[in-house]
Design a protein around this ligand. Structure first.
Ligand SMILES: CC(C)(COP(=O)(O)OP(=O)(O)OC[C@H]1O[C@@H](n2cnc3c(N)ncnc32)[C@H](O)[C@@H]1OP(=O)(O)O)[C@@H](O)C(=O)NCCC(=O)NCCS
Length: 266
């Protein structure tokens, strides 16, 4: 059945499309055809979608979610795709200040709830004398006995945000802003695996496409390939890139100029 929705978007529901999938299509993707996937031997694939993989919570404190698509034939699990990214709505929740981000991501060890501890240790890690103590002879590694008032420490921390830190190669604020610009809502393949007995049956391709379709429909994001691909994964993306029925394109990464393949069902 060809269906035209209120936004003029066209999609096709095939005879094999499961009923529950049709019902879920409240906001169908703009691009192309909603397809039902089969293995090369003709068995229909069924998918399960998890907003968060319960077995992979390690990135939660750093703002990351891990979306997961499981593939089955009947009740037999055949493989899975994990998609990871930092959703924009988690940024202010996890990183209300640049220092929350530094503490979570850069391995600096300090108590973010304790301003004096943050003040001492961040200046120490950055090898920077606090602005309020410049020209007093105090060194960044000799702050143990010092505890200025809250306003002074806050002003020092604000100045430190914009101070070039050698180990970062830029200021903490620039680094945080780069993270927001390049990583937030950048959904990428975290991992994919198809069971050995089911390789070369089209299941990997089906998982990538089903993951990208779901990601577009539910979270309004395209799916980027992994930056570190095994030869099999790279071969699967290459083949998808040559298939005109799949909406692939190339994203050039700003940071290192690398070309990353994208499946974009938006
Ligand atoms: C990568 C992986 C998920 C692919 O799954 P799959 O179900 O076998 O892939 P598909 O059947 O959809 O293959 C699609 C195309 O990719 C290419 N391809 C896949 N595996 C290949 C291989 N081992 N050698 C050469 N080409 C391969 C082929 O062009 C294939 O099409 P074809 O079978 O018609 O020739 C699977 O090999 C896997 O689980 N590997 C182990 C884990 C892994 O490497 N994960 C990737 C981390 S980035």
């Amino acid at each position: 059945m060809v269906y035209l929705d209120g936004w003029g978007r066209i999609f096709v529901i095939g005879p094999d499309t499961p009923k529950d999938e049709i019902l879920k299509m409240t906001t169908p993707p703009k691009w192309g055809v909603y397809r039902s996937w089969k293995t090369r031997s003709g068995k229909r694939l069924r998918f399960e979608h998890l907003d968060q993989d319960p077995d992979d919570m390690k990135g939660v404190n750093k703002g990351y979610v891990v979306r997961k698509v499981n593939a089955y034939v009947g009740s037999e699990p055949l493989g899975y795709l994990k998609i990871s990214y930092v959703p924009s709505n988690r940024v202010s929740e996890c990183f209300p200040t640049v220092w929350h981000w530094v503490e979570a991501m850069k391995g600096w060890c300090f108590d973010i709830e304790d301003l004096a501890d943050s003040w001492r240790k961040c200046h120490h890690y950055a090898m920077k004398v606090p602005k309020s103590l410049v020209n007093t002879g105090v060194r960044s590694n000799g702050l143990a006995g010092h505890e200025p008032d809250v306003e002074t420490m806050q002003a020092d921390m604000d100045a430190l945000e914009n101070h070039y830190v050698y180990s970062f190669g830029m200021t903490p604020r620039e680094l945080f802003e780069e993270f927001v610009r390049d990583r937030v809502d950048y959904a990428f393949v975290d991992y994919i695996r198809v069971s050995e007995d089911w390789l070369r049956q089209g299941i990997g391709t089906a998982l990538y496409n089903e993951g990208a379709r779901w990601l577009a429909e539910r979270f309004r994001l395209p799916l980027h390939g992994s930056g570190l691909q095994t030869p099999e994964a790279a071969a699967a993306w290459k083949k998808m890139g040559e298939d005109e029925t799949m909406p692939t394109r190339i994203h050039k990464r700003r940071t290192d100029g690398r070309e990353i393949p994208v499946l974009d069902y938006l």
